[in-house]
Design a protein around this ligand. Structure first.
Ligand SMILES: *[C@@H]1O[C@H](CO)[C@@H](O)[C@H](O)[C@H]1NC(C)=O
Ligand SMILES: *[C@@H]1O[C@H](CO)[C@@H](O)[C@H](O)[C@H]1NC(C)=O
Ligand SMILES: *[C@@H]1O[C@H](CO)[C@@H](O)[C@H](O)[C@H]1NC(C)=O
Length: 223
């Protein structure tokens, strides 16, 4: 029985993992929207565009672009959006969440509130910040206090890699992706939760660098 279980497990694993290159040098770009693609100097705004998971260890999400998931709170007996996260979907043929950089801040075009019946409403550009907790740093909206996102070039073997990459002020540009089944704030869709893997991103209680089922990859802006 035991060997059967092991064989079944091996058979269900993907045959090839896409490697995350470990010889990438992340070179920080200057702060501000001009470092993003599609910058308009007249408006000071770059975008809108999407971001895309690339060089992923989980081939199932390679090249997939961003969606978002929100957390629900009750305020004055009415449901509202407490905050939300930028996520990666489990299928790439669904509506995506547009991003831009404006007023020197990365922003997402998304619902900011819920109707009394719980339907998402009041779409607007919402600032995106990294959570201040180094062991759990998703890209979040409606977050009061957080850390700004930073842009980078990626270089490998003396070659600049295509595009602009997202990371943090500690020069980290690797993100962790963890599968979650659909919940109330995910529009009925499964998704991948996404967090920045900085120098202090290990689980503070176990010391584990990666969570269960968490795989790594980069985030690139796609025009
Ligand atoms: C632009 O950013 C500054 C500094 O973060 C903030 O004080 C200001 O309210 C922002 N302006 C707009 C129009 O969002
Ligand atoms: C990030 O990289 C830049 C350029 O390589 C370097 O000057 C800076 O000190 C680095 N910052 C940190 C926090 O490591
Ligand atoms: C691990 O992630 C895969 C998708 O990448 C998912 O199908 C599977 O259910 C996840 N396993 C657990 C235990 O969450």
């Amino acid at each position: 029985m035991k060997s059967f279980a092991v064989t079944a497990l091996l058979a269900s694993l993907p045959t090839a993992f896409t490697a995350l290159p470990d010889d990438i040098t992340a070179v920080p770009l200057p702060d501000g929207c001009a470092s993003y693609p599609a910058y308009d100097a007249e408006t000071g705004t770059a975008g809108p565009w999407l971001i895309q998971a690339v060089n992923t260890e989980n081939p199932a999400i390679e090249g997939f672009s961003d969606t978002n998931v929100y957390s629900i709170a009750i305020a004055d007996r009415k449901p509202t959006i407490r905050w939300g996260y930028i996520t990666i979907p489990t299928r790439n043929d669904i509506a995506k969440t547009r991003l831009q950089c404006s007023n020197n801040t990365l922003q997402a075009w998304t619902d900011s509130d819920l109707t009394p019946a719980g339907a998402p409403t009041n779409v607007q550009w919402l600032d995106l910040l990294l959570s201040p907790y180094p062991y759990d740093q998703p890209l979040m909206y409606k977050l009061g206090e957080g850390l700004p996102v930073k842009t980078f070039e990626h270089w490998r073997d003396g070659q600049k890699q295509e595009g602009v990459y997202l990371g943090g002020y500690d020069n980290a540009t690797t993100w962790g992706f963890t599968y979650y089944p659909a919940d109330q704030g995910s529009s009925g869709l499964d998704y991948y939760y996404m967090r920045l893997l900085g120098p202090d991103s290990a689980d503070p209680s176990t010391g584990e660098k990666l969570g269960k089922n968490e795989t790594r990859g980069f985030l690139r802006v796609v025009v």
